[in-house]
Design a protein around this ligand. Sequence first.
Ligand code: SF4
Length: 614
Amino acid sequence: MIPADVSKTAARCRHYAMCKIDFLGTGLCPAGKAKRYVSYYPQGRMDLCHALAEGIVPVTPRLVDIASTCSLCGICDKQCHFVTGMRPLRVMQALNEFVSSYLSRGGQVASERPDPVLDSLRQIVGDEWATNDPAILLTYANDPFPLAGMKMPRCVVLPQTREQITATVRLANEHSIPLVVRGNGSSVFGIVFTDGIVIDTERMKGIRIDTDNWVAEVEPGVTSFELQKEASKHGLRVNAAEPAATVCGNIICTGMFSTWSNAYGVGADNFASMEFVDDGGRIFNLNERSAPNLFGFRHEVCTPPGICTRAWVRMHPTTDDEEGLLVPFSSFSEAASFAADLSRRRIGLAVGVLGGHYLSTFMSPSAELSERVRACLADTLGIEYMVFVVGDRHAREAIRKMVGTSIDERLMRSLMLGLPNLVRDEWTALLKGMEGAAPPYRTLLREEVRPVLELALSPSPETIALSVDADLREFYQELYSRPEMTNLRWLNTFRIVSSRMARHKHVFVIVLYVPLNKIGVIERLISELAGIADRHSISHDYGFLTPLDLGKRAVLEYDYYIDHTDPAEGGRIGAALVELDPMIEQLSADTKGVMWLKYIFSQGCSRKESFLYA
Ligand code: SF4
């Protein structure tokens, strides 16, 4: 039996695949690293444990192997806690115990279902890398998107070369079998499921850095984190998305966007070329004149142009004086105007307007602390939004001259390491006593007040580690002793703390391109998105806004949060979508520059000019 509370934890896996990258320097799950199918990674084991509790997967040869390859090393407990606050090690223990108890009671292990298509797939990729074992299939059959049901594939295949992908596509065509491709995790929008063949690109991890041409040639299994790590070894940077997302998948799906898009652009700005295998199994390169025109954009939901087998991603130079800076604001309009001004003046590389939810969640190692930090920022300090910038020393000097108050790397490190003290009642009561017309942060963050602030915060890895479970404190102390863990430039380059944004619930992301010269329109949009969520009792929050193309446009993220294990919440999202669609469509028809990312899905290779100014 799987205990009910363990099954509940297992069901809460968000499928963000952070357990498939070594983002904390703990090493990777050894079983996943060796066996490569998602079922062997902690994410897959969570799905399997829940499925066993629900009785929807039999004990199979692969399930026995999955259980036997987990050493209970505990790496996943640390990784998952950092991102979601969950402790999956109990799930891993329960899964192992279930299988060993089943076997010791003489339980039968289901045998493989014969399938000639599987035999052909094995001839293409080798016996190990194609299977129809239900314990593998199950972990490719669903994701946390509440409006998509489970769809069990017929086979899962892990090719290693472009030629193996081509042969798989041709085989699928020959037998009229549907086929989808996936990289890490899943789309979290229910669009990578099939009852046919799933191609998992996990074994295609090649990266070749070409410094002469400023491009990195990447295979489709490479994640943003892995590519950024390679680029940074050469003092370079790519405009990458969520750390566990695959680079090729992200470019095709939505086009790359991040706070770095202020300087590096979106869509086709981010790559020099891409190579695809089309539906007929033919290979084409986007820079060939005879290639399908994927740089254009159609205002409709499109299907993917094929399977990306390589991308030549643009890399950008960095300077050794880059640092982060935060500028606090009491209102969205002031913050957005300032961000637009920076973009117009070409000041800063990464620029973003962050709200209280993101700021507090990214800074805090626990959900409980995050709630208190958010209240402290808004109620005590008067900070509702911050403009976040990474820039060289000239950019930061210019910004300091433009604003009265800012938070530099050193102060931010103190704030992060002293967070449990920042939210202490007696300290916040003292700050509340700083009455006056100006928001309290203006006084508190003054240069001459810093020694007092430092004293009160007592910032250290030991202080921040007090906010997590006692048995994790030593690990968190060691983690936060590393300078990069509080370094704004590093954190924004690798984006590992932004994965915390869905710590309390699965996130349903709404991304729109918006006209940054019409801040009233953006505010109306935010208000409408909030209103729809409120009417359907969905928790929601502002995400971020990043200026694009010299402040003419911006990308806006607004987030709805749902418990994907609660069918009632799924129903509420469904009802909200019915209202979202016409509201955004109308705004888009009325206002140049409003474009829902929904229409850019599968058209991420488009030139930005074709959707920002259409
Ligand atoms: S405890 Fe098991 S599942 Fe978790 S990282 Fe270690 S081997 Fe992988």
